[in-house]
Structure formats: C-alpha cells, structure tokens
Design a protein around this ligand. Structure first.
Ligand SMILES: CC(C)(COP(=O)(O)OP(=O)(O)OC[C@H]1O[C@@H](n2cnc3c(N)ncnc32)[C@H](O)[C@@H]1OP(=O)(O)O)[C@@H](O)C(=O)NCCC(=O)NCCS
Length: 145
C-alpha cells in the first residue's frame, strides 16, 4: 500500500479533482441525478482525496453533525476497486473521526455494498430506504468517546 495516499485535500484544485471522481463514479457510473450528487454541502464537509502513484483515483467526504460524523461519497475509480484500497479509505476515515472525538460514525450504504462496510466494522440500523433513487441502509459504528 506504499503507493497509496489517503489524506485531506490541500487546496481548491484538489477539491476539483475530487468532484471529478464523483462525477465519473456516481453521476456517469451510477446514474445519480446531478442535483443529488452535487448537493451544495461541500463547504461544510471535510474532503478526502485518494491518490495512487500520484494519480487521483478516489475520494470521500465527512460531515460533523453534533457529536456524530457522517461519511459520504466514498468512491474509487473502477480500475482500482477490489484491491483493498476501499478498506484503506475506511481505516483513514475511522481514525480521522475518532481523533475528532465523535460518539458515533455513520453512513448511508448502498445495499449492494453493505458487506463491505460490515467488514470495516459497521453495523446496519433501521430499514432500507431510497436515496437518489438507489436502495440504501444506514450503517453505524460507535466510538469510545
Ligand atoms: C465501495 C468501494 C469504495 C469499495 O472499495 P474496494 O477497494 O473495492 O473494496 P476493498 O477491496 O477494500 O474490499 C474490502 C473487503 O470488502 C469486500 N467488498 C468490497 N466490495 C464489496 C461488495 N460490493 N460486496 C461484498 N463485499 C465487498 C471485499 O471483498 C473485501 O473483503 P475481504 O477483506 O474479506 O477480502 C468501491 O467498490 C467503490 O468505489 N464503489 C463505487 C462507489 C460506491 O458505490 N460507493 C459506495 C457508496 S455507499
């Protein structure tokens, strides 16, 4: 994993790179409506960029809501999936949120990827629901804070 870098963005250019990944993965790849994907909440989020050998290949976003952290927009370009990189993103996000002393980390998982989040330590909560026309389920992890 030494060629993989997961970190917060440093500038506007990196935010643009992250938004490009989301355009490819969610808007083009999963037919998410643009207005749902680009929801106007970028300014209140912390953005994570994922680079492999210097190339931007993935992203994620974190929003802090009271004493909780919500993970959003976790994505890798197709060629870089299935290699353990997703787990590395999640490990980074969990460490980052724990440092911020939140009581709970949660996310809305697309149903097809629920197992991935379970393997990263999250548990489902409640019933499945539709978001951007896609079936989701809430997943959560308690922290020790
Ligand atoms: C979700 C995503 C980030 C996962 O990343 P990834 O690099 O493919 O996942 P990893 O290779 O790190 O997988 C970690 C583990 O989860 C499992 N896993 C990953 N995706 C899975 C899936 N869709 N279903 C079941 N298990 C899955 C892997 O088999 C692996 O298990 P193992 O450790 O026992 O071998 C990636 O598939 C992606 O970008 N998808 C498109 C965007 C998306 O749908 N994001 C989620 C929005 S809620």
């Amino acid at each position: 994993m030494k060629d993989l870098k997961v970190r917060l963005i440093k500038n506007k250019r990196e935010l643009d790179d992250v938004l490009k990944i989301r355009e490819i993965v969610f808007i083009k790849g999963q037919n998410c409506p643009r207005e749902c994907e680009m929801d106007g909440l970028e300014n209140e989020a912390k953005h994570v960029i994922v680079k492999y050998r210097g190339k931007t290949i993935g992203c994620a976003r974190v929003r802090f809501l009271e004493n909780k952290a919500k993970l959003e927009r976790i994505a890798l370009l197709e060629d870089y999936r299935g290699k353990g990189f997703g787990r590395e993103i999640m490990n980074y996000l969990i460490r980052y949120c724990k440092r911020k002393k939140v009581e709970e980390i949660f996310l809305h998982s697309q149903s097809y990827v629920k197992k991935f989040y379970e393997k990263c330590g999250f548990k489902p909560r409640g019933k499945p629901f539709l978001e951007a026309g896609i079936k989701h389920i809430e997943m959560r992890m308690e922290t020790d804070s």
